[in-house]
Design a protein around this ligand. Sequence first.
Ligand code: C5P
Length: 218
Amino acid sequence: MGYNVAIDGPAGAGKSTIAKLVAKEKGYIYVDTGAMYRGLAIHFIKKGIKAEDIKGIVEACKDAEVSIVYENDVQQIYLNGENVTAMLRTEEVGNMASKTSAIPAVREKLLELQRTLAREKDVIMDGRDIGTNILPNADVKIYLTASVETRATRRYKELLEKGENCVYEEIAQDIKERDERDMNREIAPLKQAEDAILVDSSEMTIDEVVKTICNYCK
Ligand code: C5P
């Protein structure tokens, strides 16, 4: 059994940034489960299936193979043998992932992959239901959150830096909608596990958050 750190929280709370840094500091493997949902989302988009077409999504799950390979400790996502890592982080893919992750067949598809990684390696795994559902016996559970305003502002700046056109109000709206979907779905909704440590990063620097979490870890 590996040493397992679960880090859950809403979209844009900085989970991946923080988890990568903690992983480096502590020598864990960083597992980004959102990327797995995004990988499957690419499969659905490629097939031209709408998120609302539940039957179509369930059917399409059958011919999707998502796998993970680590290249220099950086997670790569393969979809049916193709490395799709560079295609994961668009709004289209994120929205498709957010909608389709509410479908049981989609979650079922990724569950074993996530648990196997945690069994075999020392991991810090980020997602929405890691502490509550995937790794209920994780050694450390963190619930990382921040206000909608903070998360939207961070995302806005990130996009501007990339030279992308964006409107703050739209980003804030998108984050609210994603929170709403993730927290209110029937299966594995986003919520703080009873034994998770709450970290609100609204008024904290990245360095402070990393130090706080590292202090709880072996
Ligand atoms: O974290 P990220 O934004 O990459 O995740 C994309 C979407 O995948 C989220 O909006 C969420 O709905 C879903 N997800 C999930 N469970 C996880 C990780 C992600 O439902 N463990």
